[in-house]
Design a protein around this ligand. Sequence first.
Ligand SMILES: [Zn+2]
Length: 167
Amino acid sequence: MGAAREIFTNKINDWAQMYLNENIYVILDKTFYYNYGLETIAIATDCNEIPEQISDWFNETLNELGLMWEDLPWPLLAFLHEAGHSQTLNKYSNEELQRHYYEKLFISWDSRYTRKEKQMTYWRVEDELAANTWAVNFANTNTKAIEELTIIFMTYWNDLIEEVYKC
Ligand SMILES: [Zn+2]
């Protein structure tokens, strides 16, 4: 494991244990996701997975929901979204989660939507909206946690990207 990867992973896991819960484990992977069964949050470190437009649309979505912080970096917001899943998915039954899954699938198939509309509609499906609402509320009410998280991303993110994907 490279130095930047190890430092970032340690820092972000310390943060998650302190502010989310002790069972959460954060890993680096190709895409952002939350694995419900394993309680694992994955952070995408593949630069191709982070197109600029999507981060603009995501900011727009969180601002509509009342995010008071400005200029938080995209990977931090995406991480908070997955953290939001880790704190909200347990309120849904398997049937409800299945329904959300199919809703998202149908959105991705619907040719009437533009790419932006697809993405914005996806983030409004009930479980995604719950994750986003959690992220916004958390950020607006946990100044210290967000400051610490911002430092982690600002200090180690670029080294990490350079080390892992050379982009
Ligand atoms: Zn999500």
